[in-house]
Every structure is written in C-alpha cells, then in structure tokens.
Design a protein around this ligand. Structure first.
Ligand code: NAD
Ligand code: GLY
Length: 376
C-alpha cells in the first residue's frame, strides 16, 4: 500500500500488463476527472449508475467529469438489473450513443452496477475501457476489485459472466455517508471476512476500531477499506481465476448463499447479512470438526454482537428447513465431483479450503442448529 497523496492511499492489483490501482480516500469524487485522465484513450465516457446513486451523487460525478463528453445511463435500483434485460439495456444505450472500444465505461454504484457494467464492458465490441467508482462499502472492499463480473439467470446468481479487470478503481469513502446503516453493516461483514480468513492483526484492529469504521471516522474507514483491498489484491494477483487460494474469499459464503436462496433473494436478507451469519456458521462447523477451538467461535460471536452485525440468531427463521439448506449447499459453484467444498477455519486469521467436505456432517450440523435456535 502506498500513500497516493496526503489524503489518499493506493493499492496495486499486480496482474502484469493488466495491473491497476485502487485509490482510496475522502472526497475523491471531486478529483475523479484528474484521476481517470491518464487512463482515457478517448474523451468520451459512459457513466452507468442507479437511480439512488444518481439522485445523491449524480451532480458530483457530472461536475467532476465535466471536461469529458459524458453519457449517463441511469438504471432502476436492485439485483434484478443483473439480468439479460439489464445487460441489453446498457448495451443498447452504448450502441445508440455510438460508443467505440476506446471510449470508457464507468461503473458508478454498488456491486449490482459494478458487476453488470463490468460484464457489459467485457463484451461490448469484444471489450472496452472500464473504470470502477464503487459507492457501497461492499463494492469498495470486494466487488469492484478482482475482475469478477456477472449477471444472474433462472439457474442462479452470477452464473453468466467474465473475468474482466478494470483499468482503475476509485474508492471515495465520503460517498458512504449517504449509505443506509444496514447496507454499511452488510459491507462491514466483507471487511471482517479479510481479518477472519487470513489476518489476525486486522481482526484485532477491527475489534478495537469497528465502531469508528461503522461511524465512518475518516481514518478508520480509509484504513479498513485499504487493508481489505490490499488483502484482496494480493489474493487476486496470486490466483486470478480462482483455481486455489481465491476460494478463501468465499469464507462463510456457502452457508450464506443457502440462506439467501431460502430467503428468496428478497430485501429481507442482504448478501452481507447472510455472509455475516454464514461466517459464524463456518466457524461453528469448523469447531465441531475439530479444526478450530470454541474460543475462536466465541470471540467472533462477541464481535458480531458488539458491532451489531447479523448473527445466526437473526436468521433462525431461515434455518428451519435444514433439508432445503443442504440441498442449496449442494448446488454451490465450488463443489466438485458431487462433494461439498467449504471454506473452514483453523483459527481467527487462518482459513483453508476443504474439498470433499462431509455432506452428512454439514447436514447434521444444520439440523442441530435449526433445532437449537428455533427452540428458544
Ligand atoms: P447494490 O449495488 O444493490 O447497492 C445496495 C443499495 O445501496 C442500492 O439500493 C443502491 O442504490 C444503494 N447505494 C449505492 N451506493 C449508495 C450510496 N453511496 N448512498 C446511498 N445509497 C447507495 O448492492 P451491493 O451490496 O453494493 O452489491 C451487491 C452485489 O454485489 C450483488 O449482486 C453481489 O452478487 C455482488 N458481488 C460481487 C462481487 C464480485 O467479486 N464481483 C463480490 C461481492 C458481491
Ligand atoms: N468475492 C469473491 C471474489 O472476488 O473472489
């Protein structure tokens, strides 16, 4: 990590000629024009955003990019945009505006906008310039970094997409001030993930400073985003296509995806909320299998409690049908040869990929957990 200026930090995702920087700091939006200038091959930009972000920050981005010919594409809010219809609508607008591949598409929004826009950029005229300006905490620490782009279809989430890296990521932590607290906490779960999966010191720092991160104290939030991006950048540089270590970024996600499916991908359970409870489940299951000690599980539970994050108890209603949950887990993309692949923990700060994990043991854990939390 380097100090990009007095006020900002910079993390590089090292991918040879496709390397790029993530610039992190306060009030970066106003400098977006100067920051993207070295990456432009032509003067035209298309800014893809959603109605919420446009209402709150549209003027700021338009002003910042006033030197360039701009084309705003403002989409309805929500996961449903990550669909063939949403993709078609973005591509149609690019064709209508006569964009060519030297023009630059900017994703300005949360993970939905980033994933959809990145995929559109990867296929528009076989690939064009692409920059991410993420506006949710989840997008700043996770989805805008690493090049996973995708839409959903009737078979599941993120099943159609491409690995397509951006040329630059600008994470302006001051735009997070308008984010609802619930979304902020959902994003914080992904921050916590980096501590749990490989960095005990970062977990300890979060345990001390979590409240400052969640109240967006400038230094604390910038540090949390920078350390998260640094960890993700290192993992992506080592394993861009998720053949090995990148799978660790899915800590808690197999349980989480089952909970999300059970909730019907409704607004009742945000992805980060499911990840928060899913990580607790991964730690509990790890302890049951003898991989980590109960102390680690209790330390995590205390952290979730004191930061007000979603815990297993908050999703008790979704745990009622353990048969359905294990069926959902059987559909996970990471599974191989009909066996479960789970990301489990040896301790706080050390996780590992367990291929061929026992389905019957996972099922038994879910059944016992369901009985326990629903008998209260
Ligand atoms: P989102 O994009 O739906 O944004 C959440 C909500 O916050 C939306 O209502 C949005 O309009 C609003 N919003 C965005 N920025 C705001 C701001 N600054 N102020 C106020 N409101 C704001 O959801 P998300 O949580 O950012 O992303 C979830 C998506 O990310 C999912 O589709 C998930 O699959 C994807 N994802 C992708 C990766 C990846 O590696 N590509 C990783 C994790 C998640
Ligand atoms: N969010 C998981 C990954 O990028 O691999």
């Amino acid at each position: 990590m380097t100090q990009a200026s007095n006020a900002s930090k910079s993390v590089t995702v090292d991918l040879g000629h496709r390397s790029y920087d993530i610039i992190i700091g306060d009030n970066l939006l106003s400098q977006a024009g100067a920051l993207i200038e070295p990456h432009l091959q032509a003067c035209r930009t298309a800014i893809v955003t959603d109605e919420n972000v446009y209402a709150l920050h549209g003027k700021a981005i338009e002003t910042a990019l006033s030197a360039y010919e701009k084309y705003m594409i403002v989409l309805p809010v929500g996961e449903s945009q990550k669909s063939f219809e949403g993709l078609q609508s973005v591509l149609d607008k690019l064709f209508e505006a006569g964009f060519d591949r030297n023009d630059t598409i900017v994703a300005f929004g949360g993970g939905v906008i980033g994933d959809l826009t990145g995929f559109a950029a990867s296929i528009y005229k076989r690939g064009c310039q692409f920059i991410q300006i993420p506006t949710t905490l989840l997008a700043q620490v996770d989805s805008s970094v690493g090049g996973k782009t995708a839409i959903n279809n009737k078979y599941g989430k993120n099943l159609i997409g491409a690995f397509y890296q951006p040329q630059l990521v600008i994470a302006d932590t001051s735009v997070l001030k308008t984010l609802p607290v619930r979304e902020l906490k959902a994003g914080y779960a992904e921050v916590l993930k980096y501590g749990l999966l490989g960095d005990r010191a970062f977990f300890d720092w979060l345990d001390e400073n979590g409240a400052d991160v969640l109240t967006l104290k400038p230094e604390a939030i910038a540090q949390a985003v920078a350390i998260s991006c640094q960890t993700k950048a290192r993992i992506v540089a080592a394993d861009e296509r998720e053949r090995g270590e990148r799978a660790l970024l899915n800590l808690g996600h197999t349980f989480a995806h089952a909970l999300e499916l059970e909730a019907g991908y409704s607004g009742d359970l945000l992805h980060g909320e499911a990840v928060s409870a899913g990580m607790e489940m991964a730690f509990e299951f790890s302890a049951l299998q003898g991989h980590c000690v109960l102390d680690d599980v209790n330390t995590l539970k205390k952290h979730l409690d004191k930061t007000g994050l979603t815990s297993i108890n908050d999703v008790a209603h979704l745990l009622k049908n353990s048969d359905a949950l294990i069926d959902h887990m059987n559909q996970d993309k990471k599974n191989e040869g009909g066996n479960l692949t789970l990301i489990l923990a040896k301790s706080i700060g050390e996780s590992f990929v367990q291929r061929g994990a026992s389905r019957s043991k996972a099922h038994a854990y879910l059944k016992t957990l369901s009985e326990k939390v629903n008998s209260k």
